[in-house]
Design a protein around this ligand. Sequence first.
Ligand SMILES: Nc1ncnc2c1ncn2[C@@H]1O[C@H](COP(=O)(O)OP(=O)(O)OP(=O)(O)O)[C@@H](O)[C@H]1O
Length: 552
Amino acid sequence: MRRIFKMVVPLMGVGGMLKYIILGILSGGCSFFFIKSVTKAVGLMMSGTFEAQRATYAAVFAGIIVLFVIVRKTLAIAIIRLSQTLFWNLRKEVLALILKADYRQVADRRVEVHAAIVSDVNVLTNASMSIIEFSTAMVLATASLIYLASISVILFLITLAVALSGAFIYHYNSRKNNQYFENGRKLENSFLESLNQVLDGFKEIYMEPARGQYIYNEKVSRVSKDAWHNNTQAFTGFLNNQITGQVLFYTLVSSIVTLFCFLLHIPTAQTVSFIFTLLYLLSATETIMVLLPGLMRARIAGNHLMDLRQELTSTDLNSRMPEKYMSREQFEQITIADLRYRYKAAESGFSIGPVNLEFRKGETIFIYGGNGSGKTTFVHAVLGLILPDTGTIRLNDDLVGHSNYPEYRTLFAVVFSDFYLFSELCLPDNFNEQKWMYYLQLFELEGKVTLENGRLSTTALSMGQRKRLALIAALLEEKPILVIDEWAADQDPYFRRKFYTEIIPLLKGEGISIIAITHDDRYYHCADKLYKMDYGHLLEEFSPVHETRIES
Ligand SMILES: Nc1ncnc2c1ncn2[C@@H]1O[C@H](COP(=O)(O)OP(=O)(O)OP(=O)(O)O)[C@@H](O)[C@H]1O
């Protein structure tokens, strides 16, 4: 619970929190004074002295009701606002954390992030809505207990003993119930993983329904069965607790009525007041019991959110906004020395390095190599997406390290092989429309797409066209270095030729340095330097003079 408070308090501030606590106490206090007044009135009726105080009591009841309405309404509105603030702030916070997190931290946690936003935030928000009822019931229960002590100490001690045994049974059982909820929450991740598979691979499933059937039968059905079992067990456990509590209370009330008040010679008026208050205590306890499962789930959801927050911020690699951008003129060279990177043991264990490379301004280098030889991994390390285990990267004369990675990454405009085409372009301040028109013509996309206020009119194009558009978007960023990963793989032979033989020289003319991963051996001669990635080792093939091949 402490972790949830840590999450909620900053949203409300300590002052806000105090206000809610006071309002909660007032709300519980109103209920308690109402009970106390009714009990007293009944006592007076029994002693035949109520008539004289009827008007006073009417005024007291009216006062309590008015106060109750004001307090409850204020508290309800405050809680509705709080839960909405909690809901949106938590969602925003998860997104903000992702935007700041290290690349690998997020790449490895897609499902957890999804579960946090669609499940944990909702569970927490729903639980926060029940805070009023819970706190009111807690105040009422505590006040009723104190009042019971003032009516009869001995009956109070008996009640306390019963309440404590109930609390002990509850505590004993709830560990098991919470474990069931915890299992249910873990299964939520598996469910979302299947959901993502179905949505991402829907085309393939549509073509081969057996694939969908497999996911449904073997994964979704199994997960839903397990989750059903775990959640049902947990709720049943809480229900059993609730029934046990009720049975204890009913037994207590019956024992007081039929046994203790006679054995202990307690006056009838006191017994009546005691039982009245006890019944209110029972209703407060029931409310607490009903709300507890939701609060327990909220605790688990809160823990998951806190864990995710911790994981996303656990390294000092987390990002910040770059403070400055390097221009094409300022970029001189990148020098990579003895760079090594190994995917961690739990993954493939594949490693690259030691890699040495000097990449100078205006150069175009091509990297080729067999599938899985490490080209993309190496380029990711050059881009600063993954950080080398050992070795150095220097930009001009400066060592690239944790302190300047955000600035370093801004050197590159990238079209990944699994690129994502954003409909909003990231345009520099000096963006000029002519440039867009020029590239549109160069990449033969006129009439296909327009740009309005930095937004593309459409991204619904063919794969080859989308790749051309992604490259235009990258070029418009005006970065010193363009990095492309198998960009031409989806282009037709005509455009592939145009790309290597016309467009690349034009881009070089604009002062753009280029790193390209490519399998197009017909055009290797278009590079200034050609490298082969061979099982994690980068070998230079020719430099700088090379043969010229003509496409047959
Ligand atoms: N996210 C990852 N986690 C663990 N291992 C990975 C990961 N990505 C790649 N690998 C491993 O690294 C090796 C190199 O992958 P990489 O993507 O760099 O190859 P590539 O040369 O770009 O291949 P391709 O030409 O097929 O794109 C792979 O054989 C794989 O075993």
